[in-house]
Design a protein around this ligand. Sequence first.
Ligand SMILES: [Zn+2]
Length: 658
Amino acid sequence: MRLARPVMLATAALTMSAAALAGPNPATTLTEQSNAEWLRKLPFADRADFEDARRGLVARFPERTIRNAEGKVVWDFDAYAFEAAADAPRTVNPSLWRLAQLNNEAGLFKVTDRVYQVRGADLANMNIIEGDTGLIIIDTLLTAETARASLDLYYAHRPRKPVLAVIYTHSHVDHFGGVRGIVNEADVKSGKVEILAPHGFMEEAVSENVLAGNAMSRRAQYMYGTQLPKTATGQVDTGLGKATARGTMTLLAPTTLITKAIDTRRIDGIDFEFQLTPGTEAPAEMNVYLPQFRTLCIAENAVRTQHNVLTLRGAQVRDAKGWSYFLAQSLLRYGERTDVLIGQHHWPTWGRERIVEMLSDQRDMYAYLNDQALRLMNQGYTPLDIADQLKTLPQPLASKWYARDYYGSVSHNVRAVYQRYMGFYDGNPAHLNPLPPEQTAQKTIEWMGGADAVLGKMREAYARGEYRWVSQIGSQLVFADPANNAARALQADALEQLGYQSENATWRNIYLTGAQELRDGVLQPGVGATSSSDLIRALTVPNFFDYLAVRLNADKAAGKTVTLNWQFTDLRQRYAMTLRNSALTYVAETQHAQPTATVTLTKATLDQISLKQLTLPQAMQSGAIRIDGNPQAVAGLFGMLDNFDPNFNIVTPHGYRK
Ligand SMILES: [Zn+2]
């Protein structure tokens, strides 16, 4: 998975709005019936996953929490103790409940000789390979605190050998963010610790979420349910694991990049074969095969859920066809020589036949989603038609637990395929230039006979269990008049029942967060988004300039022309920047002949400003930034930049404040 860049520290200190509407509600009878039907739809008697999720258990974590240096809890192993109940509560889809229980198995596990795995201490897994004299760690979790605790658990039960190498399987932060918890930078610099990563890792790790970072992190709150209580009426899972850990995200740059499609290396007596899988689950990703242990680490390319072709917090659409292609290659290359399959989320699979079946199924799943969406698209169907036609995967694939809709879903993945090939416009001229949301809502409600008439019909539809429709029309009512508390309450009720019925963990979190915000308003997350100074420092100057351009307020910049020469003395880089027509552009390795001003500084100073350790005026005063030419030019440009609201509205009109 990929988190949006600044992960919020969801502390308990929340500012509640004054008049919160009631909730949560119990499941309605219709929801209860819907959830009960799932018990007949899927093979719940098959308990093999539970055996596998507990197989090889060496030890549970000795403490019930993981804490940071200040003693604050960053991970709580008891948060989901309520999931021990065998039967799903009425407010949770039984298929999701089953996965939630499986993901709650935390501890150190022996996978096979010299291969260990720590699971359940963060969203992802840490795999530990025992070399001849030290350890090779595959992925380091999201935060330094959970990574440290995971390695400590290993050391409590196995010989205390040094970490000699770290492998990042891919460029998503839940797989590298904890690196400083298990190795120190000096050992990496001196060559004592090698860090291996796939080609393109750093660029993707730091840049993927910069330009859209604020919007992505706001929507990630919905997707992961970070503001929801962990209860049977709240957040129960994320599909890939229990939750995203709090704590400190870090990054140490790789020392060795894998650039060949297939690359073999020996590290501390262990043979590694790397299979690059670019443009799959992540732009930079690789699988790792260990021939001596007949073990294949499939990174995040195959997990025990249908994965996302498009993650709902927002991202660029992934290539389901390419993903399928690389799984086929893995299967062909390693299938017959693999006795155990490990991944960076969920539990392992043992046995060659089962592994071949699982990889074949995963290959087929992404190919099916891609090709069937395209087939129907070429038949003239639009995204919602396609999602409605392709409700599930074909049998028997649809009955495989690892193909279920816990994280990705058929519904949103096939729409994502449409988006990848065709974009936002479905071809219907009526959808080319419709009125914006509030105007549409106001006119629709007025033409439907006014808010009270609509509300009456909504109540009837709610009683019939038409929750999708009620939430759709409820959104119109709320956008027509966000102060209409009856509308907000009823829409919240409908979203909540949809959440209770959803098999998909991210859909559940999204529905329930929507209900929460309709009832209580937008909760203000506790201040102190996890420090990611490593990530800021890893940004290139072009990354920084691109982000400045995104923050430029076109109205404030209207009619202004500025030319700036930038000189970074430590990097020996020069840039010519131009503000013109409310657009900020730049060219590297050149300078304007007659600039408005020339700015001379170091990248380190720029990082300090980005990290808010230094203001622009302070830097100018201290001489850390030298400006030749018009001194107002730089301050003027920074004065035209927007600051983004991390808590912008989603279920109510933009800018509305209760
Ligand atoms: Zn992940």
